[in-house]
Design a protein around this ligand. Structure first.
Ligand code: FE
Ligand code: FE
Length: 388
């Protein structure tokens, strides 16, 4: 069996890693490539402070459907400092007939002579040096040293890889920019649901939300945050406000009794319809809870939360984004949602209008009562849209 060994921090794993592993596997006819997740360094933190088991879980999820590519936690399970030579020895114990191909980048190729038991390591593996096109020439010298000094087998794999790095992914997360084009959906989901690579206060806020909602509602909230980030980027809204408003839009999705209690506490006038269906109060109460329980002071964000259910007559860009994100986020699965996503890819107003209409039709089909505020907002939006 021909096994590729591709070590890294995978902090987090991204499309560039996966693309590289898949191409190397094809080019060298490898049966499998193991993406070996590195341990947490003993005395310092990796950027973002996401521990090795979480990095491994993301890698495993990302590769679940990739033929011949596997995340490995072999090094994580071993005590003490981890050396590649030990990993190779262990692999050869597990797969006695295996031929091991050690994938290294340009810098690593030059440093290989300084690695632990380099002579043993190089007698056990074939080195696959991955290089950008045009760089092979400058690597020949390093390869020559390895061949001459250690009798190493060195081969080159060169291609134009995707321009992605883990640093880039973490930076995008910090800046509330989309990461869907850099990492597989499974990684994106894990990053958002666990607030990976976010500052402590943001992670604490998200944990508080998680504890106050059921699992489905929490996943919907995170999905709405994800979608709001994507839409804000697409239509030029403030990404930080969109992220926060998307996350918290349903923060008052409590039990009916609690909603009634809170409505009394905040002096919200409750009509018959709302007494019958207290969930209808969760938008207005959400704005209060976001302010009082989550410390949000930004009126634009609070307004977007307040009108995410019924809209309002003059909607801001942020209002529209939160409203739409709520309806088309990734966990949403109802007839017509794909069509709405398609419209949202190009035209925000048209998508918002289509959502309003689809909610309206749904209520009529189900024989439900229609809230006047919502219907006024929908009519106003229609009028506005037809003027354009
Ligand atoms: Fe809601
Ligand atoms: Fe919602």
């Amino acid at each position: 069996m021909r096994i590729g060994l591709f070590g890294g921090s995978y902090n987090p794993i991204h499309n560039g890693h996966i693309d590289l592993a898949a191409r190397i596997r094809a080019q060298f006819g490898l049966d499998r490539v193991l993406l070996m997740v590195a341990k947490d360094p003993p005395h310092k933190q990796l950027a973002g402070n996401v521990d090795a088991s979480a990095r491994f879980c993301m890698a495993e999820a990302a590769l679940a459907n990739m033929e011949g590519l596997f995340a490995s936690d072999l090094e994580l399970k071993r005590d003490g400092k981890s050396y590649t030579v030990d990993t190779v020895r262990e692999l050869l114990r597990l797969y006695p007939d295996a031929e091991i191909f050690l994938m290294v980048g340009e810098d690593m190729l030059r440093n290989l002579p300084t690695w632990r038991e380099a002579d043993v390591l190089l007698s056990l593996v074939t080195v696959l040096a991955t290089a950008r096109p045009g760089v092979e020439g400058t690597l020949e010298e390093a390869a020559g040293v390895l061949r001459k000094r250690f009798g190493a087998k060195v081969a080159f794999a060169s291609f134009e890889g995707q321009n992605v790095s883990s640093t880039m992914v973490r930076k995008r997360i910090e800046e509330a920019k989309p990461i869907c084009d850099l990492v597989p959906p499974e990684v994106e989901k894990a990053v958002y649901e666990n607030a990976y690579y976010r500052e402590e206060s943001a992670a604490a806020m998200q944990e508080k939300l998680r504890l106050s909602l059921n699992k489905r509602r929490y996943e919907h909230s995170v999905g709405t945050m994800r979608e709001a980030i994507v839409l804000a980027d697409r239509f030029g809204a403030d990404p930080y406000k969109a992220r926060l408003a998307g996350l918290l839009h349903d923060c008052a999705r409590f039990r009916p009794e609690k909603l009634m209690e809170l409505a009394a506490h905040y002096g919200i006038a409750v009509d018959d319809h709302e007494r019958e269906v207290p969930e209808l109060l969760h938008d207005r109460l959400g704005a209060y809870i976001a302010r009082d329980a989550y410390g949000v002071r930004d009126d634009e964000i609070l307004d977007a939360i307040r009108c995410h259910q019924l809209c309002r007559e003059s909607m801001t860009l942020l209002d529209k984004i939160v409203y739409l994100a709520d309806k088309i986020e990734p966990t949403r699965d109802y007839p017509g949602v794909e069509a709405l996503r398609t419209i949202a890819a190009a035209d925000l107003d048209r998508a918002v209008l289509a959502c309003m209409d689809s909610v309206h039709e749904h209520l009529i089909r189900e024989g439900k009562r229609i809230k006047q505020e919502g219907e006024r907002a929908r009519q106003a939006f229609h009028a506005l849209f037809e003027q354009k």
